[in-house]
Ligand binder design. Sequence first.
Ligand SMILES: CC(C)(COP(=O)(O)OP(=O)(O)OC[C@H]1O[C@@H](n2cnc3c(N)ncnc32)[C@H](O)[C@@H]1OP(=O)(O)O)[C@@H](O)C(=O)NCCC(=O)NCCS
Length: 188
Amino acid sequence: MSAAQLVMPIAAPSFGDVRLRAFEERDADMLMDLSTDAYVPKTGSLPGNADHPEALAYIERQSSRLRTGAGYSFCVADKETDEALGTAGLYLAPIAAGRATAGYSVAPRHRGRRVAGHSLIALTRFAWSIPELHRIELYIEPWNTASVRTAEFAGFEREGLLRSHQEIGGERVDMLMYAAIRPTAATG
Ligand SMILES: CC(C)(COP(=O)(O)OP(=O)(O)OC[C@H]1O[C@@H](n2cnc3c(N)ncnc32)[C@H](O)[C@@H]1OP(=O)(O)O)[C@@H](O)C(=O)NCCC(=O)NCCS
């Protein structure tokens, strides 16, 4: 696959209560809620306590990720109402090696009902529709129990602790490595 050929899937990936679709301007309120989480601004391009123009600028950046081939940045939406609940991303920088990285977040007002777990299952199944992908990786800080639980719910396996892996919020941090590999006839 050439990076320039990325397009949103025609059928929105879905699982359980959620579907993954492109961001729209009406999702700005959800992003403003999400930006009040102290951790989210440290790990992505959404500014802390974003105002409406900053949320709209974030939405514009997500569509450019598709255009440049960087990856798929989905808005997680309620499957019934289409209300925006969070984000789910599949980042394809390492695709030449058959790998992608995934990330997810849920707006504080929508947490506590497995939205991230359902989103990650939908995202992972979508990823296996990309023939070049064989492995999806998650990098999770060890304190982040909600994210660890999400990864395990979606069938990702813990492979180890990457010490002093990267800088977040001005500090070197360890990361747990979780991964899923493409199912085969043998693994289901
Ligand atoms: C991680 C995140 C996406 C999970 O959102 P969610 O889908 O609403 O998760 P839930 O509240 O349904 O929790 C999932 C599990 O974690 C548990 N959990 C949630 N918060 C917890 C906490 N603070 N401490 C311990 N366990 C927690 C829940 O009890 C649930 O456990 P279960 O599997 O036994 O049912 C959300 O917390 C978030 O957006 N965090 C900020 C961004 C982030 O950290 N993203 C991941 C980066 S790797």
